[in-house]
Design a protein around this ligand. Structure first.
Ligand code: AP5
Ligand code: MG
Length: 202
């Protein structure tokens, strides 16, 4: 059983690295951003109610997001663990996750904090906005400062929260995707073959 959280500002590479680790450890990667975008695309009641916030890069309410994650974690596909990309992002979410895991006698194994300087974050997000056929609305240049501010004010305090619990691994998020991934693998006992931490694919 392995549970890993990816923490970092927009554009720091959470999704990219969670996917790489997901393939390596054969564990599902749960991205709350992807789940919320899927809800929006589906035109469901939830999707419609969150569209405005999502499109401008504002956080969705804790209750909604917690419910989405708990539903996923309860799924048998998460029996061996999961990689959480973009959750938790608020202290309330972190506390709910801890409470949920305590109830199952489980706990987090690691929190990977990706550190990337702000100018690089800005250029990654604006490049993505120009690159995609269907760009993400929140990547529009006018929303980027607010997204970075929300991270600093609301999500960054989780760095201390997890550091105090000795779960935090600070990773330099600059360099190629592979270079960053190699740094992440060093955080796991046994390098890329974590003992008893899920199946390992080469
Ligand atoms: P989410 O989808 O999580 O977006 P985000 O946090 O803004 O993060 P990004 O996906 O933009 O960046 P990332 O860190 O995943 O980096 P990525 O790998 O994509 O959330 C979307 C929205 O959903 C939120 O704004 C909010 O509204 C809502 N939401 C989600 N979770 C929530 C929660 N828990 N509570 C409340 N609301 C929530 O990479 C970014 C770019 O950089 C890509 O183009 C990539 O190719 C490139 N890149 C990656 N690695 C490198 C590298 N090493 N070098 C150069 N470029 C790189
Ligand atoms: Mg992402």
């Amino acid at each position: 059983m392995m549970l890993v959280v990816f923490l970092g500002p927009p554009g720091s590479g959470k999704g990219t690295q969670a996917e790489l680790l997901s393939r390596r450890f054969q564990l599902p990667s749960l991205s709350t951003g992807e789940m919320l975008r899927a809800a929006k695309e589906s035109g469901s009641e939830l999707g419609n109610s969150i569209q405005k916030q999502l499109d401008s890069g504002l956080l969705i309410d804790d209750e909604t997001v917690i419910q989405l994650v708990v539903d996923c974690l309860n799924d048998p596909k998460c029996e061996s663990g999961a990689l959480l990309d973009g959750f938790p992002r608020t202290l309330a979410q972190a506390l709910s996750l801890d409470e949920y895991l305590e109830g199952l006698n489980r706990s987090l194994d690691r929190v990977i904090q990706l550190r990337v300087p702000e100018p690089d974050l800005r250029s990654r997000l604006s490049e993505r906005y120009l690159k995609l056929d269907r760009p993400r609305p929140e990547d529009r240049p006018e929303f980027i400062p607010k997204r970075l501010e929300i991270y600093e004010k609301i999500t960054r305090p989780l760095v201390d929260y997890y550091s105090q619990r000795s779960l935090l691994a600070e990773i330099d998020g600059l360099g190629t995707e592979e270079e960053v991934f190699d740094r992440i693998l060093e955080c796991f006992p046994g390098g890329d073959s974590p003992s008893g931490l899920g199946k390992v694919a080469k």
